[in-house]
Design a protein around this ligand. Structure first.
Ligand SMILES: Cc1cc2nc3c(=O)[nH]c(=O)nc-3n(C[C@H](O)[C@H](O)[C@H](O)COP(=O)(O)OP(=O)(O)OC[C@H]3O[C@@H](n4cnc5c(N)ncnc54)[C@H](O)[C@@H]3O)c2cc1C
Length: 400
């Protein structure tokens, strides 16, 4: 992939922050299962929290591919920071470059422009952070049913009620970008609303504990919304637009994968350093054994295969992709999520027992990598499900 100057500069910036600041702090956040506030202060200072805010609104104006490249850099150093950065940045990418591609009436476009200007102002001027709590524990986050969290239209805004599980950045975000269904006699996915709920709004609470296997710094607790009143300006997209985005811009669901691309790279890099005797405190060279050389070669091949697919799909992401491009996106998500975990597994097997001690990052990478294929709506299982079905059936086809 030939990088633009802007992409190279932003990746270098993310890489420097990751290496110098985030990697040394990653163990602490992982052990404490606490949110990486210091990393966010650094991201804010570097302008990266406004990465995908359009330039005319004071942001860096990064497009989809550039976001993915930057995110993959961050993922090399702190998985939890990269994953939560995804939730925040996508709140601006989906409402920005992606929404610009969608079909809107002039009135919708004007309304969207007015509302998003306020969201971007918060990010750029106030340093606000947005989360993306969609999951509810039912079929909605998989795209198979309307969200159970509902919003009733009231004078000047919406009244929300519902519950979101795995709300990354819970207790840390300033706004929760909640997907919910507009309350009507029959709930429909077409009536999905995407609303920014202030963390401090009355009726918002974060409950439950947080002590998971991996991605512990994401602090993804449960969010409760009880009669939460938000103004119309809370709309992150005009009513009906999220449904259009999800149907026509499928790569929007690929944005979690770059984090795991970064983890895959980190597992490989660690293995090379370890076998060369370059990991601090572990000066045991193992590179002379042919079995190690073969293992590293196999890891390199797998990493390159994964990276090649990653680069090809982020370059072809667009509205109304061809069927083959959409299927390739599922294949990329599946490959990245599964291979990140596989590369971490191979890294531990190859480096050996001392490499999995908690004083080294590998065991954290291994645990973090396990979470990738569980992320809805494109879990590894659902990617296979979609691939098989969509490869064999054209839209509307049945066997009746
Ligand atoms: C570290 C971490 C951070 C997260 N952060 C966020 C966040 O910020 N925002 C957010 O919205 N979510 C977040 N999630 C949640 C995540 O996207 C999933 O919603 C969650 O992992 C699903 O768990 P579950 O047990 O409810 O899955 P279930 O819904 O019970 O599904 C279990 C498995 O069954 C399969 N499955 C599910 N539905 C179907 C179906 N209809 N047909 C066939 N197979 C199906 C899938 O493969 C799925 O993996 C996070 C998860 C983790 C682990």
């Amino acid at each position: 992939m030939t990088l633009t100057e802007k992409q190279a500069a932003l990746m270098a910036l993310a890489g420097r922050l990751g290496r110098e600041r985030f990697a040394p702090r990653a163990d602490k956040y992982d052990r404490e299962a606490s949110f990486p506030f210091e990393n966010y202060a650094d991201l804010r200072e570097a302008g990266l929290t406004a990465l995908c805010v359009p330039e005319r609104h004071g942001g860096l104006g990064a497009d989809f591919a550039t976001y993915c490249l930057v995110s993959a850099e961050l993922g090399r150093y702190c998985g939890s920071t990269a994953l939560t950065f995804n939730m925040h940045v996508c709140s601006t990418l989906w409402t920005g470059a992606l929404a610009d591609d969608l079909e809107m009436s002039a009135a919708q476009r004007e309304r969207h422009e007015r509302h998003r200007a306020e969201h971007y102002r918060r990010v750029v001027a106030d340093g606000a952070i947005y989360a993306q709590p969609f999951s509810e524990g039912g079929a909605a986050a998989a795209g198979k049913a309307p969200f159970g969290t509902v919003a009733r239209r009231v004078e000047g805004g919406y009244l929300l009620n519902g519950k979101k599980i795995f709300a990354s950045l819970s207790g840390a975000a300033d706004y929760y970008g909640v997907l919910c269904t507009e309350e009507k006699p029959t709930l429909s996915q077409r009536d999905t609303l995407y609303l920014a709920v202030p963390a401090k709004a009355e009726g918002v609470s974060v409950v439950g504990d947080w002590d998971p296997l991996g991605m512990r710094g994401t602090v993804s607790r449960t969010l409760l919304l009880k009669d939460v009143l938000v103004p119309e300006t809370a709309e992150l997209m005009p009513p009906g637009l999220y449904f259009q985005a999800a149907s026509r811009w499928p790569h929007m669901f690929l944005t979690l994968a770059p984090t795991y691309m970064g983890i895959a790279r980190a597992a490989y890099d660690f293995t090379v350093r370890y076998l060369r005797g370059e990991v601090p405190g572990m000066p045991v060279k193992r590179r002379m054994y042919p079995t190690k050389q073969i293992a590293v070669a196999e890891m390199f091949v797998r990493l390159q295969q994964t990276r090649a697919l990653f680069e090809s799909v982020i370059a072809e992401a667009r509205i109304d992709p061809a069927k083959e491009e959409r299927l390739r996106a599922y294949a990329a998500q599946y490959t990245i999520m599964e291979n990140a975990n596989e590369l971490c597994r191979l890294a531990i097997r190859t480096c050996g027992g001392q490499a999995m001690l908690r004083s080294l990052p590998l065991e954290r990478l291994y645990r973090d990598s396990r979470c990738g294929s569980l992320m809805l709506p494109w879990t590894a299982e659902l990617c296979l499900d979609r691939l098989g079905r969509e490869a064999l059936y054209e839209p509307g086809e049945t066997d009746d």
